[in-house]
Design a protein around this ligand. Sequence first.
Ligand code: ADE
Length: 261
Amino acid sequence: MPPSPLGILVPLAEEAEALFALMKQDGATQTRRIGGRDYHSGHLFGRACVLTLSRVGKVAAATATAGLIHAYEVGAILNVGVAGGAAQTVKVGDIVVGEAMLQHDLDARPIFPRYEVPLTGMSSFAADTGIAAGLASAVEAFLAEDLPLLPAEIRGQFTLSAPSLHRGLIISGDQFVNGHAAVAALRRDLPEALAIEMESGAVAQVCHDYGVPCAVLRIISDSADDNAHVDFPAFLAKVASYYSHHILRRFLQQAQFLQQA
Ligand code: ADE
């Protein structure tokens, strides 16, 4: 029996440019287009993986997650990308490993409580604890050993002084949050939220429905305030791709629970 591959779902190619390039270098990689998205199956650091460009937003992420489950029977799904910092303690360059994911724009009141996914009784979906722990240890090693090798001018450009790891709640919605009032309202309503993005709540819900373990890794690109859009493309190209490449290298090389390809 071939090993169940790991599904890796990335919203924008630039968030994991180095991983896409590595996958393409591997002559054995196969690309299938399903539902308007490309699924690249092959190996990354010795593990069977399907790397998928989901595109942005919850519907796109849900569609890509269902594609990974139906067409590839993945054993687990990892959602990797950037996010805005929600908590005041979460700074640009920090990394958040999700423990639970919630959709902050889901509101079917008064029929169902705010944030609850109708007819499930659930408002947040948990990450797989083993995968999240593996990601966290890969992040710790990355921060200690790989981050110092990122050129000083890039660290200076994005004021990455002493990035750190956070673990906890990630919130998703179909908005790019880039205003002081918007981020303040989210902080008030969801004080435990660490990071804001547009996909992982949907990925986690679909994975829950199918009983597929999932985990989320987000690199903080902005503080979701009035400056959120500034230098976003530069951050993706110069920082996010470096982070995702090296964190996943460490994660995939050490992961005990993934079957060796
Ligand atoms: N992804 C990265 N930054 C974000 C933000 N500020 N809002 C939503 N998604 C994001």
